[in-house]
Design a protein around this ligand. Structure first.
Ligand code: ZN
Length: 494
């Protein structure tokens, strides 16, 4: 990757971080020069330099359209339709999403929480008054660290406090200009392309930079969704009365978006385990009619219907050679985690791999906290890949340990190592920096503990950060077709 030299120059320019000045929290201690040759870089520094000069393929984000951010106004209400964007368009937006979960868990009450994030009426200093008592307790978590790095890299702000809030607010507004997605993703974060997950699909405005997943979760939980939201069937132009009609809706989405997606995404693990068993249509078609008639299914029937719809979608993805991305492990939000359910994910993952050997399953978020088990899944099943998206900010140290263990346990081509998993593009640089640090730490520790050599570590960097995702999603072949999609033209001819 010769062009990384250019990247390095840009990277240093935008971050102010050179290998000689590893000036962000968490790096300094690990960067001590341990090399006998004092003129040479130490093990960590040499690997970190390589990691900084290697572009990520980012396999998971939830980014809004850039135009939505540019035109958002106060983002509350009708201007941006998705509920995840019902936040005020000021500095507090950067502290929402995951950090908002830590803030809630740290003790901020619900009324204050809404005033902080969901109100454009609350003044920017008053918002700081709400957050200030809790900030010292959440700034060290991965979520907090990610934000602190982003503030430094984007706005030059070293510490958020009462004095720096006005500068932060000004920096926040000034960055949001046409083209800021490319600047933040390519130049500042060193990312080649991102795979964006929306419900059910994101018709990318920047298709060469932002690829899309087709999210079929709502089609599997159809029984729950139909009564609440008929947008799936309306868009497909189908009036749904039978299971066959619902298959027709799913077919429409695969026909229209399948060839324009890099993968399908399923996040039903927020509602149930991923223990989907192959179930014939004939066994569940009457249950579907019950839902249409407005009845509530008993849990066994509901599971069977979802099992059937899961495999209907997965088989379609497999026919089209689209990998199947599955949420596993930890939940976003607070006061809602169900660890006993999540603990069943790795075992169920084995059963999925066994039931469909031709399907490429990608298990997200390292199944945190059950990452040791997920390594076992990838070691054993040909069709299992583990994806580290989100995990670096859930627990940076566990993620570093996961990667070290994975390298010494499972085939190296069974893991992808980065996805920011954010709605706000501004949050990606912090996460990317934590991931780069963790990758360099994992590799340098393996070198120093004599498990691998320096040449191995430098070679692995390309495999982990770039090549595995490129091969899994066939990007060399698909970049051109995905990058030239013209949605406006397609939607007028459709
Ligand atoms: Zn996500």
């Amino acid at each position: 990757m010769k062009k990384t030299n250019i990247y390095r120059r840009d990277f240093m320019k935008y971050t102010g971080l050179g290998v000689a000045g590893l000036a962000f929290p968490g790096i300094t201690a690990a960067s001590k020069d341990r090399d006998d040759n004092s003129s040479a870089l130490g093990t960590f520094d040499r690997i970190y330099e390589k990691v900084c000069n290697t572009r990520f393929i980012d396999t998971h984000e939830h980014l809004l359209h850039e135009s939505a951010r540019l035109n958002a106004g106060d983002m509350i209400g009708d201007k941006v339709k998705e509920p995840w964007t019902y936040y005020a368009n000021d500095w507090s937006y950067l502290f929402s999403h995951y950090l908002g979960d830590d803030l809630g868990a740290a003790g901020l009450d619900h009324v204050s929480w809404r005033k902080l994030y969901n109100s454009a009426e609350t003044g920017i200093m008053e918002k700081w008054d709400l957050m200030e008592p809790f900030w010292p307790y959440i700034k060290y978590s991965g979520y907090g660290l990610s934000i602190r790095i982003a503030l430094k890299e984007l706005y030059g702000i070293d510490e958020v406090n009462r004095e720096t809030i006005p500068a932060l607010q000004q920096g926040y507004k000034e960055l949001i200009r046409p083209g800021f997605y490319r600047k933040v993703i390519n130049e500042i974060s060193g990312i080649e392309s991102c795979q964006v997950n929306h419900w059910p699909y994101h018709e990318s405005e920047i298709p060469d930079l932002l690829h899309s997943d087709l999210d079929v979760g709502g089609m599997i939980l159809g029984g729950l969704i139909i009564g609440l939201d008929q947008s799936y069937s309306r868009k497909a132009g189908i009036t749904v009365k039978t299971l066959e009609d619902w298959h027709g809706v799913i077919d429409y989405y695969f026909d229209w978006y399948g060839s324009r997606s890099v993968a399908i995404k399923i996040a039903t693990a927020y509602r149930r385990n991923i223990d989907f068993i192959r179930t014939e249509a004939g066994a569940v078609k009457d249950y579907f009619r019950e839902i249409i008639a407005g009845k509530t299914l008993d849990p066994n029937k509901e599971k069977m219907l979802q099992d059937h719809l899961f495999w209907y979608c997965v088989d379609k993805a497999t026919e089209r050679n689209l990998p199947v991305k599955l949420h596993t492990g930890y939940y976003a939000g607070h006061d809602g985690l169900n660890l006993s359910r999540i603990s069943g994910n790795p075992g169920a993952a084995c059963e999925l791999c066994r039931q469909s050997a031709d399907t490429k399953f990608v298990f997200f978020h390292i199944g945190y906290p059950y990452y040791e088990e997920m390594i076992a899944v990838a070691k054993n099943y040909t069709n299992a890949t583990v994806d580290m998206c989100w995990s670096w900010i859930i627990n940076p140290v566990a993620s570093k340990d996961f990667l070290k263990k994975f390298i010494l346990t499972a085939p190296l081509n069974k893991v992808t190592v980065f996805g920011g998993d954010y709605f706000a593009v501004e949050m990606i640089p912090g996460h990317a920096r934590i991931a780069r640090t963790g990758i360099a730490q994992a590799l340098s520790e393996l070198v120093e503990e004599s498990w691998i050599g320096m040449d191995d570590a430098l070679w692995m960097t390309d495999i982990l950060m770039h090549e595995n995702a490129s091969k899994l999603y066939r990007l060399n072949k698909r970049n051109k077709e995905l990058g030239s999609i013209d949605w406006k033209a397609l939607n007028t001819t459709n």
